[in-house]
Write a protein that binds this ligand. Structure first.
Ligand code: ATP
Ligand code: MG
Length: 273
């Protein structure tokens, strides 16, 4: 039997094939890692400083306290804060080509901060670099079996959060708003952006409610956008003690997060039907 004539590819074609093959292998490797995570949930708002990181960290710690297997992935590439809030400094251990995330308060943690030389350094990355970095992280991180991976997103509607959303393929989002009218408007933009990417929003959390900023914008936003309202977090001095996540130092805050976790679980369950 004669073998078919060998058709030589041009160097460009060969390169292209190699690139496709690599992309395919990367996707498969990421798929295998993420298959072991039941729920991948992003915490997001276009507005900065509304409490995304606080919500992500406290929710993760509370879910772990309740017995779930939880990881937190800080993809705020410019200014990763999760490690500071969790007061974690040991980088993940490396086993060959694989990162084993460090654990803190029962939560596995992966953050860009581990790979920055000093804490004050801001990383300025563009879309394709972010895409590659996140893919690299996803491929190399062995989370093990997780019930929840909570993802802390950067603020804004620019390149960074968009790329993260597209790359990570999250199951759904929690949108955080504060009671001010302007925050509500930004949160609305955030929800529209998520929907435009054909991704789900599990619901809205109102943070920093109380006498100073008022209350009610979260519920209003949820009603206007036809989304569940997941709960309210009051503005409290308890957050000032930054030695531990606030759910571990304040029973009142733990109760607030417990209520949010309940609504979230109910929402996830109802969507799975
Ligand atoms: N309910 C609250 N009561 C009091 N302080 C709060 C509350 N929620 C968050 N904070 C504080 O507000 C500040 C901003 O919160 P956080 O860093 O979580 O916001 P963020 O949305 O992640 O910000 P960024 O957009 O910069 O990532 C922090 O110092 C945090 O401790
Ligand atoms: Mg943050």
């Amino acid at each position: 039997m004669t073998s078919p004539p060998k058709r030589d590819m041009t160097p460009e074609q060969e390169q292209r094939v190699a690139a496709i093959r690599e992309q395919f292998q990367q996707r498969r490797a990421i798929g295998q890692r993420l298959d072991r995570i039941k729920h991948k949930i992003g915490v997001y708002s276009a507005k900065g400083g509304v409490g995304k990181t606080s919500v992500a960290v406290n929710l993760a710690v509370l879910l772990a306290q309740e017995g779930a297997r939880v990881g937190i992935f800080d993809v705020d590439i410019d200014t990763p804060n999760v490690t500071r809030v969790l007061r974690i400094s040991e980088p993940p251990t490396k086993d060959g080509e694989v990162f084993i995330p460090s654990s803190r308060f029962g939560v596995k943690v992966m953050s860009m901060a581990f790979f920055q030389k000093d804490e004050e350094e801001a990383t300025i990355w563009r879309g394709p670099m972010i895409h590659n970095a996140i893919n690299q992280f996803l491929m190399m991180t062995d989370w093990g079996d997780l019930d929840y991976l909570i993802v802390d997103l950067p603020p804004g509607t620019s390149d960074a959060p968009l790329t993260v959303m597209q790359t990570l393929n999250l199951d759904g989002f929690i949108t955080v708003t504060t009671p001010q009218e302007l925050a509500k408007l930004d949160a609305k933009r955030s929800i529209n952006m998520i929907k435009r990417l054909n991704l789900q929003v599990y619901g809205v959390v109102e943070n920093m409610a109380g006498e100073i900023f008022g209350r009610g914008a979260g519920q209003e936003l949820a009603d206007e956008m036809d989304l569940p309202f997941l709960g309210t977090l009051e503005l409290r001095a308890d957050y000032r003690d930054d030695k531990k996540p606030t759910v571990l130092t304040s029973d009142t805050v733990a109760d607030e997060f417990h209520a949010i976790a309940e609504s979230l679980r109910a929402e996830i369950a109802s969507r799975a039907q």
